[in-house]
Design a protein around this ligand. Structure first.
Ligand SMILES: Cc1cc2nc3c(=O)[nH]c(=O)nc-3n(C[C@H](O)[C@H](O)[C@H](O)COP(=O)(O)OP(=O)(O)OC[C@H]3O[C@@H](n4cnc5c(N)ncnc54)[C@H](O)[C@@H]3O)c2cc1C
Length: 440
C-alpha cells in the first residue's frame, strides 16, 4: 500500500471544532456575526443551522473546514486513486486496499459523530468529498456516497440509541454499507417491492430478491426494505438491518456494466433470512417514509458525483487542448470554435454546481429542499452526460481510446440519469410541486 500523502480528516475535524470562535467583524458598516461569514457551516447533522443572521454569500463558497476537506480529498484522489482508476475499471473491481484507505481517511464517516469514531462533519463536507472523488473516479465516489448519504444517514436519522451505539463505530471504521430497495420488478415504482418480512418469536424472517445493489461485494451491512404487511400496501414497508453472512443471505450475481465498473452492483437474495428483533430499523411500517427521506438527501450526493465527473472530464480535455495537441500549427484549444464549446461547458457545470450547493445548504438549514435536490440531480446528470461526451470529441482519437480517461467519464456519466430516481422521476417531482404551487 503506498504511503498516504494526505492527512486523515478526523484530526482536521477536531481542529475545526475546537478552534476559537472568530470575533464579530464589521464590513462596510454591517456587523458580520462570528463564524458565519458565509452559509458554510461545520454544524453536524441534527443541529439545524440558524440562518436568520447570515448575510447572502456566493452559494459555492466553502467554510474553512469544507475547503480543507476539498483540498485533502483532491490530493488523496490524485495521489492514491488516480493511478488505480484505469486498472479497476478494466478489472471491474474496487481495490480492497482503496476501501481501507477511504476508512482511514475518514471518508466513510463524514457525518458520523466523533464519539462513534467518525469525522463529525456537516452534510456539505460530504458533498464536497463526493464531488472531489468523482473528479477522479466516479466509482469510488459512489461507494463513498451510498455509504455516507444513504446508509450512515439512515442509522443517524432513524436508528435507536442502541442501534447507533452498536453500528456507527463499525460503519465509521471498517464495515461498508449497502442500501437495498430496488428489485427485479420494482425500480422507479420502488414501493411495489415484493420482498416480504414476517414476525417470528425472536425477530423477523425476510425473503425476496434485491437488484442493482451498489457496494454489495464490499459491504458487511445491508439496509433492506421489505413489506411486513402487504395488506397495507406501501404502508407495510419496513426497514431492517441484515449482516453479511447471515444464513440465507447471498450475493447472487454481479452485473457487468457500461460505466462505474469498479463499483459493485449485484443481485442480493434473501432466502428466509432470520434476524433478531433489534435489527428492525426505526419503526415497523415507516420504511417508505425513511426511503423517501433518504433518497431526497442522497440525490444531492449523486448530483455532486455528476458535477465532479463533469469537472473532471472538462479539466482532462482542457489540459489536452490548451497544452498538448497542435494542428494547423497551433494548439487546438486556441481555435474559437473550440474555445466557445469549452466556455459553454464550463458555464453549464458552474450552473449545475450552484444548484447542488444550494440544495445542500438548504438541507443543512432545515429548509424544504426536495425540489432543489431533484433539480440539482436532473441538471447535473444532463450536464455530466453532455460535457463528458463533448470532451471525447474535443480530444479526437485520444478521447476515444482507452489509454486516457475521457471515454470512461462519458460511460460513467450515463448512470446519473438512472439511479436514485431517473431523470423522468426528478421531472415528475419538480412538476408535482410546481403544479401544487401554481394551481389556483
Ligand atoms: C449501477 C446501478 C446502481 C444502483 N444502485 C442501487 C442501490 O444501491 N440500491 C437500490 O435500491 N437500487 C439501486 N439501483 C437501482 C436504480 O435505483 C433503478 O435502476 C432506478 O430507480 C430505475 O429503475 P429501473 O431500472 O427499474 O427503471 P424503470 O423504472 O423500469 O424505468 C425505465 C424508464 O421508464 C421511465 N419511467 C418509469 N416510470 C415512469 C413514470 N412514472 N413517468 C415517466 N417515466 C417513467 C424511467 O424514467 C426510465 O427512463 C442501481 C441501479 C444501477 C443501474
Amino acid at each position: 500500500m503506498p504511503p498516504l500523502a494526505v492527512r486523515a480528516l478526523r484530526p482536521l475535524a477536531r481542529a475545526a471544532v475546537s478552534s476559537p470562535r472568530l470575533p464579530a467583524r464589521r464590513v462596510a458598516g454591517v456587523r458580520i456575526p462570528p463564524l458565519v461569514q458565509c452559509l458554510s457551516t461545520i454544524s453536524p447533522r441534527n443541529e439545524p443551522l440558524d440562518v436568520t443572521d447570515i448575510p447572502p454569500t456566493p452559494i459555492t463558497h466553502r467554510s474553512e473546514t469544507e475547503t480543507l476537506m476539498g483540498e485533502t480529498v483532491a490530493k488523496f484522489a490524485n495521489d492514491v486513486i488516480l493511478p488505480k482508476v484505469r486498472e479497476m475499471d478494466e478489472a471491474e473491481t474496487m481495490d480492497p486496499a482503496l476501501v481501507e484507505q477511504c476508512f482511514e481517511q475518514g471518508l466513510m464517516s463524514i457525518e458520523i459523530p466523533e464519539e462513534y469514531g467518525g469525522a463529525g462533519m456537516n452534510f456539505t463536507s460530504a458533498i464536497v468529498a463526493i464531488e472531489e472523488l468523482a473528479r477522479v473516479d466516479p466509482s469510488v465516489s459512489v461507494m463513498v456516497d451510498v455509504h455516507n448519504t444513504l446508509v450512515n444517514t439512515a442509522i443517524l436519522k432513524y436508528g435507536s440509541a442502541e442501534t447507533q451505539r452498536r453500528w456507527l463505530p463499525k460503519l465509521a471504521t471498517n464495515t461498508v454499507g449497502s442500501f437495498c430497495l430496488s428489485e427485479p420488478a420494482s425500480g422507479s415504482d420502488a414501493f411495489a417491492l415484493a420482498t416480504k418480512a414476517v414476525r417470528t418469536d425472536s425477530g423477523y424472517r425476510i425473503s425476496g430478491s434485491k437488484m442493482w445493489i451498489t457496494n454489495s461485494m464490499e459491504a458487511g451491512f445491508f439496509i433492506v426494505f421489505a413489506n411486513l404487511d402487504p395488506s397495507k400496501g406501501y404502508k407495510g414497508i419496513t426497514a431492517f438491518i441484515v449482516e453479511k453472512g447471515t444464513p440465507g443471505f447471498s450475493i447472487a450475481k454481479k452485473e457487468k456494466k457500461l460505466g462505474i465498473r469498479a463499483s459493485s452492483t449485484c443481485v442480493v437474495n434473501f432466502d428466509d433470512v432470520e434476524i433478531p428483533k433489534d435489527h428492525l430499523l426505526g419503526e415497523e411500517g415507516q420504511g417508505y417514509k425513511y426511503a423517501i427521506g433518504l433518497l431526497n438527501e442522497g440525490r444531492i450526493g449523486i448530483a455532486a458525483q455528476m458535477t465532479g465527473l463533469a469537472l473532471g472530464a472538462w479539466e482532462n480535455a482542457a489540459g489536452y487542448v490548451w497544452n498538448e495537441r497542435k494542428q494547423f500549427g497551433q494548439l487546438i484549444g486556441s481555435f474559437q470554435g473550440m474555445q466557445h464549446q469549452l466556455a459553454q461547458a464550463y458555464t453549464d457545470i458552474s450552473a449545475a454546481r450552484a444548484l447542488v450547493y444550494n440544495a445542500a445548504r438548504k438541507k443543512e438549514a432545515g429548509e424544504d429542499f426536495v425540489r432543489d435536490a431533484a433539480m440539482a440531480k436532473l441538471l447535473a446528470a444532463q450536464v455530466a452526460g453532455r460535457v463528458s461526451g463533448q470532451a471525447v470529441e474535443w480530444m479526437g482519437g485520444m478521447g476515444f481510446v482507452r489509454e486516457g480517461l475521457a471515454e470512461k467519464y462519458w460511460r460513467d456519466s450515463k448512470i446519473g440519469a438512472i439511479y436514485e430516481g431517473t431523470s423522468n422521476i426528478q421531472l415528475t417531482t419538480i412538476a408535482k410541486g410546481l403544479q401544487k404551487e401554481y394551481t389556483r
